[in-house]
Write a protein that binds this ligand. Sequence first.
Ligand SMILES: [Zn+2]
Length: 244
Amino acid sequence: MSWAAHDLEPYLFRAKLGGAISLPLCLAGSYSPDIMSKWAVYGLDFSGDAKLVADPVQLHRGWPGVGFTHSLAFGLLMAGLILLVSRGNRMWALSFLLGAWAHVFSDTLDSVGVMLLFPLTDWHLHFDAWQYVGQAGRKEDAIAYYTSLGGVWDILWATWLAFHWRMFTADHFHREIVPRDTFWLWLRTRASDSVMLTLYRASAFFGVASIAGWYIWALFVNELHPSLDWSLGGPQWAPRVGPP
Ligand SMILES: [Zn+2]
């Protein structure tokens, strides 16, 4: 799986594709595949000790399970629903689709991968750049991810976004973002400027803060595996896990 990349990718799409992209809908698409399942993959409590799901990998990425959320068809289906509910807002539907598909393709980089063409086939596309460690719980997953090439993947997105820092200024938000998206125009009649700006920046702030926080934690605070392993398919200490 990917971590902060899912929080950051939509901003880059907005920066590169401009007014064709609704950032809130693209973020919703990017969050959508994991939003219902992450808590169960890690176990229901925050200690990470509860084993309430017999096979987290099967649940998260397989079928039967909620692995269908990580398919091209799921994004299309949701985009179709948005089109229907919004009475034909193609910008919203396409933005959601782009976010959802970016999530799906990002997750092909781990060792479990995704059922890209579900329901046609339950075949998994996986490039094995880093190990899937979700089954071990949130803490161990974070250490494995941020000490492997997964962390590098997050840093790439954050660095690329840093070159677009201007998009986070209040001036840019009010001049370029708000007038082109009916979401913000609708919200403007209900929320103050500072609330809107905070919402606009939140996911980028959260993404960059989690990269910094998890790196510090993975390398300096925990005593399990505090060293980087940028070998392909790493970290090597993690159990080998493939598609269910
Ligand atoms: Zn995912």
